[in-house]
Design a protein around this ligand. Structure first.
Ligand code: SAM
Length: 432
């Protein structure tokens, strides 16, 4: 195994530091900070690059801090616990700018602001854990393996989620049920400080076991998947709002969402994104949200923009659409918007057939981006497109396609939705 000493030039997307081996080959090194001098061992050699691990930090950065989590470097979840938060934000901004430059973007990058998180830890309102038993293990996949790391506490998670994790570890009934369980989600209902549980089981649990487990004031509801697309639940069956989580939004809205339906993980940052979208949307006449989920970004627009003539939201997840409609009805917004289970592509096809145009289109696709939509959008999106993305490389790739299709990038925002990890959300405003 090759050992050498090198300096870290920068951090790249994914969180690794980049340095150079004596012959000039690039080497990626995790858990380092730009400017540090480190002793490394090469653990993987490839034709154009190598991967190394740190043996010793010879000259540490003044921005290095002691990682607070006992699982850090073992667990694959966090990459930035070893540096202070200011440095993390600076790195994220540099990585975003670098992605644009490396993909050949020639204009000035219109980054308007970097919206930091008010807290570095404890911000996640949901945890998704693998379950193995016996012996009972709940946790995340170990870094670079498929092995489950037993986690007793996740510092990124809200304190209540961690309390429930301990409750489950200690509960004899959960030990019994977990023999058949593969995964669990613990999701917080923010307005009433309770949690909803959703798990995947290979055998139907006894109703009375679930009710006993839910017999704790902190647990609002339990759902489970067996086979098929619908979860069983809620348990208890008289849980308020059919066991939905209750989440406060801007414009005095309150959302009612079942566990498992997509929600943004860091609610404070989600509220900042809602406000930014509301400000951009002000002058609109017709608004189309092509990945609306439960209406997260659309509902505040419906509430605040009285002059908009049409709001249409579509999503392929039927449960998200159902929860959006339930939420709209409780907030007395029925009749002001349409939420439909439909794919983004089919929606664009239909709009083109019917000659419909929208002056604001919102895109918030899964990680893979929305390359397949771009060639249809010019016929439908007549003015502005707001593109929100949790994966900056695909966003930048798509922005270059949008440029070719006649849209310019006019505003860019970096929202730090995921402190201590290499992830963030980017919002891009594209205009014709
Ligand atoms: C990142 S989430 C965003 C949801 C929503 N904007 C929010 O903030 O809660 C992406 C959403 O895209 C939906 N989706 C995935 N593929 C889709 C498609 N082909 N057409 C429409 N929606 C899709 C998912 O069901 C999911 O709700």
């Amino acid at each position: 195994m090759r050992e050498t000493i090198l300096s870290i030039e920068k951090v790249v997307f994914g969180g690794e530091g980049l340095g150079r081996l004596p012959e000039g080959k690039i080497v990626f090194v995790p858990y380092v900070i730009p400017g540090e001098k480190v002793k490394i061992t090469v653990v993987e050699e490839h034709k154009d690059y190598a991967i190394a691990q740190v043996e010793d930090v010879i000259i540490p950065s003044p921005n290095r801090v002691k990682p607070p989590c006992r699982y850090y470097t073992l667990c694959g979840g966090c990459q930035f616990q070893h540096l202070d938060y200011e440095t993390e934000l600076k790195i994220k901004e540099e990585v975003l700018r670098d992605l644009f430059i490396r993909q050949g973007y020639k204009e000035e990058i219109p980054l308007k602001s970097v919206i930091n998180s008010p807290v570095e830890y404890g911000y996640r309102n949901k945890l998704r854990l693998h379950v193995e038993s016996p012996p009972l293990k709940m946790g995340f996949v170990k870094r670079k393996t498929h092995e489950v790391l037993r986690i007793e506490e996740c510092l990124l998670g809200d304190q209540l989620l961690n309390e429930i994790l301990s409750y489950l570890y200690d509960h004899p009934l959960w030990k019994k049920l977990s023999l058949y369980i593969k995964r669990i989600r613990i999701e917080k209902s923010l307005l009433d400080e309770t949690v909803c549980l959703l798990f995947w089981s290979s055998i139907a649990p006894e109703k009375r076991d679930l009710e006993t487990l839910a017999n704790d004031f902190r647990i609002k509801s339990i759902f489970y998947y067996l086979k098929g697309a619908r979860a069983f639940g809620p348990y208890p069956d008289d849980a308020p709002h059919y066991g939905r989580r209750i989440l406060p939004a801007i414009e005095d809205l309150v959302y009612y969402i079942r566990p498992g339906v997509f929600t943004q993980s860091h609610w404070e940052i989600n509220l900042r994104i809602m406000e930014t979208i509301r400000d951009i949307a002000k002058e609109s006449d017709k608004i189309l949200d092509l990945h609306s989920g439960m209406g997260n970004f659309l509902l505040p627009l419906v509430k605040s923009l009285k002059d908009v003539r049409e709001f249409l939201g579509v999503d392929t997840d039927i449960q998200a659409i159902e929860d959006g409609l339930y939420t709209a009805s409780i907030n007395r917004l029925n009749g002001r918007l349409e939420l439909r289970r439909k794919s983004a592509l089919e929606t664009l096809h239909d709009a083109i057939k019917e000659g419909k145009k929208y002056d604001l289109v919102i895109l918030d696709p899964p990680r893979g981006g929305c390359k397949e939509l771009i060639r249809f959008l010019p016929e439908v999106a007549s003015k502005k497109i707001i593109y929100l993305s949790c994966d900056a490389p695909t966003l930048v790739r798509d922005i270059l396609f949008f440029n070719k299709a006649g849209y310019s990038l006019t505003e860019l925002y970096l929202f730090d939705m995921f402190p201590r990890t290499y992830h963030w959300e980017t919002l891009a405003l594209l205009q014709r």
